[in-house]
Design a protein around this ligand. Structure first.
Ligand SMILES: C[S@@+](CC[C@H](N)C(=O)[O-])C[C@H]1O[C@@H](n2cnc3c(N)ncnc32)[C@H](O)[C@@H]1O
Length: 449
């Protein structure tokens, strides 16, 4: 694909994500499939879109001296400037003159001569004079927010909760690529066999320490490999694999997965139970519940039933004390997955954390009675925030003395992680900078006899 067309596509996607709230990973996947982009073009498109989104606020700050304050800039022109500066500053293999030339051509085609002269002027200034330094920002939290392109409210929140050093490392990690990890369907293929097949086919892979079923793909585009199309592999971040590993599962159990779509953990649970037993999965939306069924079919698992329901009302459907295990992988602010979904940091607000917490409390309250005495319940989120994580667990345990944190919880961890994973009194918090995973929280509670 001509580089010009590729950059126009990047601009269209960025404007949709940035201005209309589109999801970066969804739109990128759709575009790569629709246009059947080669590995190289898909890689460059992804890099431009993700890189620009990840560094939007920094670039916005840096180009301000070259833009008159009175000037009203159309959203697409702003995104054209952001993506061009991103390429000039962060992509060594792309020459500046090519980036400027194409930005000018795109602005001529989409706008008019005035816009293309403006774009040309700003980019030539960036090239000649260099970018504004962040040293002039005196407040350290504000400087960190701009340098790492995170909203100030979020950086302030993380500094208050985890301290300045952890926050800086986390914000920086969020702007770096996360290697893809995958899980084998162990009833179809062993991890060793899958890894050997892939290595023979030129992939670079490495075992995960988070799950005996997981491995990391360091090099190679794996999604079109036959092992995927045959339902022997599925994509899942290593941190999420820890959930089923920690549920203490056995064949024949009855398991409730209260918030299940798209089914990554539901299918892992069924696999850990050797597809023997009952995995009852719910999701609030019909379409999403269907995704879980589809995933189960792709992986050839028959012990899963996925249905649409509000899990705050499951007591209308199920008797008390029905399940041996419950997973509540709650809807959350998703602040742990900013590497893969950088748009989240611009779309989420602090108020969202409080409204989500209300739902998390309600879900915990309503699924807990369905657990058998002696049964175990895992609460997890893919976020990094004490209000949605530790504080939710703390309140639940205060209101439910019949529950406690499972004293054997940590023994279930893979050996390499025991004693070295971010433990707090109410669960495990994984930070994205620690293990090259998403940020993730989980805890296992037990209903006392
Ligand atoms: C974090 S995602 C679950 C991811 C899933 N466990 C996996 O591993 O693939 C949270 C899910 O909860 C669903 N959800 C939100 N509120 C719900 C409710 N009241 N009842 C059931 N599902 C709900 C959302 O639609 C979303 O799919």
């Amino acid at each position: 694909m001509a580089k010009y067309v590729l950059r126009e596509t990047a601009l269209t996607l960025l404007t949709r994500i940035g201005e209309q709230g589109g999801f970066s990973h969804v739109l990128l996947d759709q575009e790569i499939n629709k246009q059947q982009l080669s590995r190289q073009d898909g890689g460059l498109l992804t890099e431009i879109v993700y890189g620009t989104l990840q560094r939007r606020d920094l670039i916005d700050y840096q180009i301000q001296p070259f833009i008159s304050k009175q000037k009203k800039i159309k959203p697409w022109v702003k995104w054209l400037l952001y993506m061009s500066v991103y390429q000039m500053e962060f992509l060594e293999r792309v020459p500046d003159h090519a980036v400027i030339h194409e930005a000018v051509e795109i602005s001529k085609k989409r706008g008019h001569k005035g816009i293309s002269s403006f774009v040309n002027g700003v980019l030539r200034n960036v090239q000649r004079k260099g970018l504004r330094s962040t040293d002039e920002i005196t407040d350290p939290v504000e400087r960190m927010a701009v340098e790492t392109s995170h909203p100030k409210w979020l950086v302030e929140r993380w500094v208050a909760q985890y301290g300045i050093d952890v926050t800086r490392d986390m914000c920086e990690a969020n702007n770096h690529h996360l290697p893809m990890s995958v899980r084998v369907q162990p009833l179809q293929i062993s991890r060793e066999e899958a890894m050997n097949t892939l290595m023979e086919d030129g992939f670079r892979v490495e075992e995960s320490i988070f799950s005996t079923q997981g491995f990391i793909v360091l090099e190679g585009q794996i999604l079109k490999h036959p092992l995927f199309t045959q339902g022997k592999l599925t994509v899942q971040d290593q941190s999420s694999m820890l959930v089923a590993e920690m549920m203490d599962l056995e064949p024949g159990q009855r398991v409730l997965d209260a918030c299940s779509a798209p089914g990554g953990k539901t299918t892992h649970i069924a696999e850990k139970m050797q597809d023997q037993g009952e995995v009852t999965a719910y999701d609030l939306h019909e379409k999403k519940a269907k995704l879980v069924t589809k995933k189960a079919e792709q992986l050839q698992l028959t012990s899963i039933t996925a249905t649409k329901a509000d899990s705050r009302k499951l007591q209308d459907i199920h008797e008390q004390e029905t399940f041996d295990r419950i997973l509540l992988d709650a809807p959350c602010s998703g602040l742990g997955v900013l590497r893969g979904k950088p748009d989240i940091k611009y779309h989420k607000s602090e108020e969202d954390i409080f409204s989500l917490r209300k739902i998390q409390d309600e879900l915990l309250e309503h699924v807990a009675p369905l657990l058998k005495t002696g049964g175990k319940m895992v609460y997890s989120t893919c976020t990094v925030d004490r209000h949605e994580n530790e504080e939710a667990v703390q309140l639940f345990l205060t209101n439910h003395p019949e529950f406690e944190i499972d004293p054997t919880f940590e023994e279930g961890l893979p050996k390499e992680l025991q004693g070295s994973i971010g433990k707090s009194e109410y669960g495990l918090q994984l930070f994205p900078q620690e293990w090259d995973t998403d940020g993730f929280f989980l805890v296992r509670m037990v209903k006392k006899g």
